[in-house]
Write a protein that binds this ligand. Sequence first.
Ligand SMILES: [Zn+2]
Length: 110
Amino acid sequence: MIKTNLNTCYKTANYFNKMFFEIPRKHINFILVDIPEWGNFCEGHDGDVWIEMGKTYPNYNLFKNVLVHELVHMYQWLYPDPVDKEDHGPSFFKWNKHLTEHGVVLEETY
Ligand SMILES: [Zn+2]
């Protein structure tokens, strides 16, 4: 079991964001919450976005996989695919090819 903190969230996000997504930093916001679903990409009424992450995970790999999963949703929000409107469709899983080379596995649910 690992405990998360915001610093670890931002560090991990910045690492993968630089390598893959290049989402403008102003969008990358985290809050830590008690959630059973492990992670959420959230959009506010005023166009703000943020990622909710859990306070604990069974291991670092799961934390990393969930965090990158939510970054992909942030990318989809920022750059909507003109054809694929599904959350976990081709525009989601196209990232797996590159991410698996860096130890991240995308899944629909964890
Ligand atoms: Zn998802």
